[in-house]
Design a binder for this molecule. Structure first.
Ligand SMILES: Cc1cc2nc3c(=O)[nH]c(=O)nc-3n(C[C@H](O)[C@H](O)[C@H](O)COP(=O)(O)OP(=O)(O)OC[C@H]3O[C@@H](n4cnc5c(N)ncnc54)[C@H](O)[C@@H]3O)c2cc1C
Length: 430
């Protein structure tokens, strides 16, 4: 039997259940990834759906994935094109009987899957939830309707009732599993971008790929032992070690949340177990929470009224958008963060909360434009985390306190010496 692993946001070989299942049940296994041109189209707001930072990270990730799979004697075919056109052709050419992929539920991802199924209805499909820390089959809810809306309630319940599953690994296939065909990874130019250089002061000087994610764990956990102080430093703004910076690898699935969880357990055994080490798990539970909220509320997370279906008088002012994105608002702290984002594809969590609050609450601008801009430019864009956090910050989501950030006070608290603002607001430093 021949199985095809359709890689989506699970771009790894360690702890990848689609790959694991495909290897367990098929003599021949082939991998495929389609770089979907729709991801690079211009949005209704006039910017690209995916900008150069995440595009670069994706290409780096695919390069490593292809190499790592080759070491297991599995070929990864990479195409720039529509999955609903490419997959049926590849399945026919290689007599594929079953497709394995990560289970998705958001509209765009489902639409592609439905289109493929219409062309090749006879094929067997095996989809598996593989992006969670707490597996959806293990959580104690009869239906998603019963899922608590408030994070603390959600977290406490899951911490009490659910154990994180072990990770899975594959063995190498026999050499005969490899196929002749080789598809080179497209270049950034092939995707319509120009080559660029990151500013040296970027807080995210990292590359895409599963090995790179693992290197980052080595650095952040074992070499610098920064995990031991994570809770104290995580609101930082400058440098690479104030937080784990694992989000970009998590977002495209080049590392699993479970792998990080089990590594923290090792660290707690061998180095130290404290509130800081726990807090990284706590944040991974936030990540799960937004995925569950998205499972529960479906498309409401993309709608103007959010999950609360609340009505506000939102504005759509082009001048405001230009000021916000280019960092020319009256608030220096907002500007510094927005310039960092524009120049690097990265912004700290503290920064994200402030600029989102400023856009949606202070300026009362349509939060979906802000979220869409983040989707375009963030190196670590994840549909659930992005839209979940945006509705939360815009007052149409799960924040029980409906907070509005006092930007000046936030700048005083988190950038008291103004170093962060100076870093990004001094033009000659770019
Ligand atoms: C408006 C807004 C938009 C956001 N958009 C995204 C996004 O598209 N993709 C994304 O991964 N995160 C998003 N976040 C959450 C958060 O800002 C980033 O996950 C975090 O800054 C990444 O840095 P880190 O990996 O160093 O995080 P750490 O502080 O080291 O945390 C470890 C991991 O926990 C998870 N995490 C931490 N905070 C959150 C959070 N608030 N929500 C969900 N998961 C969290 C991330 O996976 C992160 O990698 C957004 C937050 C806001 C306020």
């Amino acid at each position: 039997m021949n199985g095809l692993v359709w890689f989506r946001n699970d771009l790894r070989i360690t702890d990848n259940h689609s790959l694991y299942n495909a290897c367990a049940h098929n003599e021949r296994v082939i991998g495929i990834y389609c770089i979907d041109p729709r991801q690079f189209e211009t949005t209704i707001y006039g910017f690209k759906k995916t900008e150069k930072y995440r595009a670069t990270f994706l290409l780096e990730t695919l390069t490593e994935l292809q190499e790592n799979l080759a070491e297991k004697n599995i070929t990864l075919l990479v195409y720039y094109g529509y999955p609903e056109k490419i997959l049926p052709a590849v399945c026919a050419e290689h007599q594929i009987v079953a497709i394995y992929s990560q289970k998705e539920w958001t509209t765009e991802e489902l639409a592609v899957e439905t289109d493929i199924k219409q062309v090749i209805p006879a094929l067997k499909w095996k989809t598996t939830y593989d992006q969670f820390l707490f597996h959806p089959d293990d959580v104690p809810f009869e239906s998603w309707e019963k899922l608590p809306e408030v994070f603390t309630e959600f977290r406490k319940l899951l911490e009490k009732k659910v154990r994180v599953r072990p990770t899975v690994f594959i063995n190498a296939k026999p050499i005969a599993n490899k196929i002749e065909e080789f598809t080179p990874i497209p270049t950034l130019e092939d995707l319509g971008f120009e080559a660029f250089e990151q500013p040296t002061k970027t807080a995210f000087p990292f590359k895409g790929g599963e090995n790179q994610a693992s290197n980052r764990i080595d650095e952040y956990f074992w070499e610098t032992k920064k995990l031991s102080v994570y809770k104290k430093t995580r609101n930082g703004l400058l440098g690479k070690n104030y937080s784990s910076k694992l989000s970009a690898w998590l977002a495209n699935g080049s590392i699993s949340a479970k792998t990080i969880y089990w590594e923290v357990q090792q660290y707690e055994k061998k180095v130290v177990k404290n509130e800081d080490t726990y807090w990284l798990i706590f944040e991974l539970i936030w990540r799960d929470y937004f995925k569950y909220i998205s499972l529960k509320h479906g498309n409401k997370i993309f709608q103007l009224g959010g999950i609360l279906q609340k009505e506000y008088n939102w504005n759509q002012t082009p001048k405001a958008f230009a000021q916000w994105t280019n960092g020319t608002t009256p608030e220096h702290f907002v500007n510094a963060n927005m310039i960092e984002l524009q120049k690097t594809g990265w912004m700290s969590n503290r920064g994200r909360q402030n600029v989102a609050s400023y856009w949606a609450k202070e300026w009362e601008q349509d939060w979906r434009i802000g979220a869409s801009y983040f989707e375009s430019i963030l190196i670590d864009y994840d549909v659930h985390s992005n839209y979940g956090n945006w509705i939360y910050n815009a007052g149409v989501g799960n924040d029980p306190r409906d907070r509005k950030f006092n930007i000046k006070r936030q700048a005083e608290m988190y950038d008291a010496d103004g170093k962060f603002q100076k870093t990004w607001l001094t033009p000659e430093l770019f």
